[in-house]
Design a protein around this ligand. Structure first.
Ligand code: SAM
Length: 149
């Protein structure tokens, strides 16, 4: 295995998890900045051409994990690997953000759902090759259906 190190930090409007939208239909429109450390800036070469990015980051302020738990959008329990819970065996998170612009080692993005100062592990271009009609949304679709009725 390897010891992860931060390639940068997120500048986000959120300083409290309670302020981050949660629940069915929650929208993530908040803007923030991915501040990449100077030694990694050459790795951003050509990133401007992509509209969206995958950001891998760490839940640095969550403790422990729960293999079965109830997410905020459902009163029914689910396995941690069927959710996006912050309390997981390896506290790694994945967020898709829209790239609004780049100023040197600063990436302005929309769609942050992480706290200010969150360490960034990696950035990759977002490329989706799965056609919408092939996607199944599991228990989330069921919870949404129950919420409508
Ligand atoms: C449900 S997780 C989803 C994160 C990511 N989009 C994913 O799917 O892996 C988002 C929640 O993690 C929590 N969170 C955000 N930043 C965090 C941090 N740095 N440490 C621990 N928890 C954090 C907040 O409660 C936020 O609403």
């Amino acid at each position: 295995m390897f010891t992860p190190t931060a390639i940068g930090f997120v500048r986000s409007p959120y300083t409290d998890t309670k302020a981050i939208p949660k629940g069915l239909g929650a929208r993530h429109d908040a803007e923030g900045v991915l501040e990449i450390l100077p030694e990694f800036e050459p790795g951003l070469t050509d990133v401007e051409g992509f509209s969206h990015l995958f950001v891998l980051w760490t839940f640095d302020r969550s403790e422990g994990f729960e293999l079965i738990g109830c997410p905020p959008i459902d009163e029914r329990p689910h396995g941690v690997f069927a959710t996006r819970s912050p309390r997981r065996p390896n506290p790694i998170a994945l967020t898709v953000v829209e790239l609004l612009g780049r100023d040197g080692r600063l990436l302005r993005v929309r769609g942050v759902d992480m706290l200010d100062g969150t360490p960034i592990l990696d950035i990759k271009p977002y490329l989706s090759s799965v056609p919408a009609e092939k996607l199944r949304r599991g228990w989330i679709a069921e919870a949404e259906e129950r919420g409508r009725s």
